[in-house]
Design a protein around this ligand. Structure first.
Ligand code: CA
Length: 372
């Protein structure tokens, strides 16, 4: 799509000594080292009969289709005791083997919960209820160490690890609720970070908030993290345009936090619809015709939005724009593979933001995601 044609022209133009070519290349920024997809829902969808087709319409292994498009990183979430068993340690370890066999990097996303954790809910795992802060700290360390050790033991160590998911107001409420107890949250985060580094010092530790365009939130959070000496390597952001501000807000926040804290930035979740239509009778989260002005909910609009998000990260000064991970590109509507791990009849509210259409065929945005 854009990148091959434009980047190839730059290379040729620079070699030919065309004036302005190298400064254009500079403005373009360095290649993104992480071009990823979170495919946490994939094993369940595969078990329930999901099928994914490449651009030619051939049914193939979904991970191979992603890898073939240039996707080089896979993000997987970990739950402790999910109702349906998916996304637990054993499943993550099994899927990691397939990821690494394809030569892709692995980002492990610890939710420290039995189900979804996000800014609105950070529910402790059932088996951790009633623990004191000190016991919780140990539980975070042990669980993190346990999962990451299992990955390392089979020769598939995590390249990046998220300690918590969308922790705007902390995690493991109430002990780790940021607005009530930053010192408590900092202890829990450092327990996870220390466990990750104990397994493998090379693993990059990510702290992840939602609302990627909300600079006041990021400053509040990461200033406090600095005050409380939270140890991390990378700032992770979710950016969903319909909720998290426009692209200018995203750019401003990325540039500000990268410079202010001297850390690389990584969009660990983004998504955008390619259609307003619903495939499975379960209403979709985003169904407006143009969720962000200038980007219609069409295959071309989805590709264009993703291209813009990637350009925003690429343009972060000093090479601090690490990359972009698309959220659930393979989560098509497959009966039995809905959102609720406790309800086999639950539907999918996101299939119109996948990177495969309702026939399971790869969309143009997948090629955008894979291009450096
Ligand atoms: Ca739906």
């Amino acid at each position: 799509m854009r990148v091959p044609s434009f980047a190839c022209w730059l290379t040729l133009a620079s070699a030919a000594g065309i004036p302005g070519a190298s400064s254009l290349a500079w403005a373009q920024g360095p290649a993104l080292s992480i071009r990823g997809g979170d495919v946490s829902s994939l094993p369940k969808a595969e078990d329930k009969g999901g099928r994914w087709r490449d651009g030619k319409g051939e049914v193939r292994d979904a991970l191979s289709i992603l890898q073939g498009a240039g996707v080089n990183t896979i993000r997987l979430k970990v739950w402790l005791e999910p109702a349906d068993g998916y996304n637990d340690k054993a499943r993550v370890v099994a899927l990691a083997k397939r990821v690494k066999a394809l030569g892709m990097k692995l980002l492990v996303d610890f939710h420290y919960s039995d189900a979804w954790a996000d800014p609105g809910k950070q529910v402790k795992p059932r088996s951790w209820r009633g623990l004191t802060l000190e016991r919780l700290r140990k539980a975070v360390y042990d669980h993190t160490f346990d999962v990451l050790s299992a990955l390392k033991a089979q020769g598939t160590p995590a390249d990046l690890v998220q300690i918590g998911n969308e922790i705007n107001d902390g995690m493991l409420w109430e002990e780790g609720r940021a607005s009530k107890s930053w010192p408590g949250l900092a202890q829990l985060l450092n327990a996870g970070a220390d466990a990750a580094k104990a397994v493998s010092p090379a693993t990059q530790v990510v702290m992840h908030l939602a609302d990627g365009g909300k600079n006041d939130l990021y400053r509040w959070w990461f200033d406090a993290a600095r005050t409380h000496q939270v140890r991390y390597d990378v700032i992770g952001l979710s950016y969903y345009p319909i909720w998290h501000g426009d692209l200018a807000a995203l750019r401003a926040n990325l540039n500000d936090v990268a410079a202010r804290y001297g850390k690389p930035v990584l969009v660990v979740e983004t998504g955008y619809p390619f259609t307003t239509a619903d495939a499975d009778g379960h209403a979709n989260l985003v169904s407006t015709r143009e969720p962000l002005a200038g980007y219609p909910a069409t295959p071309a609009g989805q590709a264009s939005l993703l291209r813009a998000v990637m350009a925003a990260v690429r343009a972060v000064p000093s090479g601090r724009g690490l990359g972009v991970v698309y959220w659930e590109p393979t989560w098509t509507a497959v009966p039995g593979a809905g959102w609720d791990p406790a309800d086999a009849k639950s539907g999918n509210a996101y299939e119109n933001q996948a990177l495969f259409d309702y026939e399971g065929r790869a969309l143009p945005a997948l090629q955008v995601l894979g291009a450096p």
